[in-house]
Design a protein around this ligand. Sequence first.
Ligand code: CA
Ligand code: CA
Length: 93
Amino acid sequence: MKKIIALLIVAFVALQGFAVLSARASWPGEKYDVDQNHRVDIADVLAVSLAFGSTPVDLNWNHFADINDDGKIRVDDMLAVALHFGMSEVPED
Ligand SMILES: [Ca+2]
Ligand SMILES: [Ca+2]
């Protein structure tokens, strides 16, 4: 009986560890988190704004702001960030 309980505890701890690692690997809003601070907020909208109209040859290019990976920072990238505004990797208290 003690072996079964010990085995269940080991399995539970292993699953918890896997869940934590999975959560850290990525989160649903990661693509829209332009400044990579684990939240989609006004700073990300600002980052897209600063890169707006740019392509990879421009000084203000920010590849994180190219949400749809088409090589241009346009209104569709801004809209994608705006539509995911408020997402956070860690739930708010
Ligand atoms: Ca962010
Ligand atoms: Ca784009």
